[in-house]
Design a binder for this molecule. Structure first.
Ligand code: HEM
Length: 145
């Protein structure tokens, strides 16, 4: 039987722990300040040099993912992030540039070390998951006939 403190800690989402939507707005603002001036990433964005839509979508997605309101789903439906990234080449170079800007943004966000760790662990995994440069295994398989 968990004591009250444990039960309370488990019931607080990251969204609440960081203070709600304003945190994700700040995080994404810092992130896109980097992306907008990145020669590898900026050209990938269909609406560049206007990043306001991309900022809006990432903010709502992250807020929803970490336990906040489900506005992203209402506006965009299921995230299907792998599918939504297929139009853009995401290889190790793009992943690393993306991750660098996100790591800077997390540092500037004012999150506690525990939350920082949680966010970075998630972003590293998510960015690798979105790579789409490896092709289908069948295309590079060395079949014996
Ligand atoms: C790994 C390198 C990545 C690259 C190069 C990349 C690039 C892009 C680009 C070009 C777009 C279209 C911009 C737009 O919305 O108009 C986009 C959309 C988006 N990305 Fe990424 N991305 C990356 C990783 C990630 C990761 C790790 C996440 C989440 C943790 C993420 C979340 C999103 C979301 C939520 C959208 C908007 C989807 C929608 O249309 O609703 N991306 N990304």
């Amino acid at each position: 039987m968990p004591n009250d403190a444990d039960a309370e800690a488990e019931s607080i989402s990251v969204f609440d722990a960081v203070g709600g939507m304003a945190f994700f707005e700040r995080l994404v603002d810092h992130f896109y300040d980097g992306v907008e001036t990145d020669d590898v990433l900026a050209p990938l964005y269909p609406e560049a040099p206007d990043f306001s839509g991309a900022r809006h979508r990432l903010t709502l997605f992250l807020a929803q993912y970490w336990g906040g309101p489900t506005t992203y789903a209402e506006e965009r439906g299921h995230p299907k992030l792998r599918m939504r990234h297929f139009p853009f080449p995401v290889g190790p170079l793009q992943r690393d540039h993306w991750m660098l800007h996100m790591a800077n943004a997390v540092k500037l966000s004012g999150a506690s070390p525990e939350i920082e760790h949680t966010l970075i662990e998630y972003f590293v995994r998510a960015a690798e998951h979105l790579r789409n440069d490896t092709g289908l295994p069948i295309s590079s398989a060395d079949y014996r006939r």
